[in-house]
Design a protein around this ligand. Structure first.
Ligand code: ZN
Length: 241
């Protein structure tokens, strides 16, 4: 299975909330996009495991995602260690994406940080021939680019993707994760410990802030370590939509 873009996320819903609009635009333009979640979000304060699995499946159908994987790492205990990075490197070799989108390694949630490091390390290791042989994979494959998305902590973006054309659909994706949006118990007042209530409002505020920087209504920021080559594969697909 050859993918064009692989999104590496810590928990189910991180990909949709952080870069759901970018994913929709890529799929609209014909790119084959896959998501790998590191965990199943079983330590989340809200929602049962079954709820979360059903919500992810509903989001997959809305996005028409080409593949969704789960590394089944323990939630709240994600580590970028040898075992985990080789597991992810093997998935990268099997799916052969040209671009990886992953958490920024300096995000707030420790799982997001670990997933960001894990993605960078696996991205590098996936290109090593002897490691590929050791894993029993057909051939090495290192994606051309890795971009980082921002969940909680703002960074200076390298590029902002205009997601105005798909914003309504992006919010529908977020709404798939109903268990994460609404209080589930009498002692839950609906607020996030840092950012107050109403996740949709927070997502929209952030998207407006970054959109403003490029003169569009709403945007999703991406960070690239170092300069972007003129022929980067992400813009190749986005320019088609
Ligand atoms: Zn998360």
């Amino acid at each position: 299975m050859k993918l064009d873009v692989l999104v590496v996320a810590a928990h189910p819903d991180d990909a949709e909330m952080s870069v759901g609009g970018t994913i929709l635009r890529l799929i609209d333009s014909g790119a084959r996009v896959g998501i790998v979640d590191c965990t199943r979000g079983e330590m989340g304060t809200r929602g049962t495991q079954a709820d979360r699995d059903n919500e992810t499946a509903a989001a997959d159908r809305l996005m028409h995602i080409h593949a969704r994987f789960n590394l089944n790492l323990p939630d709240s205990r994600v580590e970028s260690n040898v075992e985990n990075r080789e597991k992810l490197a093997s998935l990268i070799r099997k799916t052969q994406p040209d671009v990886i989108l992953a958490h920024h390694p300096t995000d707030l949630h420790p799982d997001h940080m670990a997933a960001g490091h894990l993605a960078r390390e696996a991205w590098y290791l996936s290109g090593l021939k002897r490691l590929a042989q050791l894993a029993g994979d057909e051939s090495p494959h290192r994606p051309a680019h890795i971009f980082h998305f921002l969940s909680h902590v703002a960074q200076e973006p390298t590029m902002v993707i205009d997601v105005s054309p798909v914003w309504k659909r992006k919010l529908e994706l977020v709404q798939c994760y109903a268990s994460q949006l609404t209080p589930q118990t009498p002692d839950d007042n609906g607020e996030h410990f840092l950012f107050g209530s109403n996740i949709e409002e927070r997502i929209t505020t952030k998207a407006r802030y970054f959109g403003e920087q490029i003169g569009v209504q709403v945007g999703e920021p991406l960070v690239h370590m170092g300069p972007i080559p003129e022929n980067d594969r992400l813009r190749h697909w986005l320019n088609k939509s």
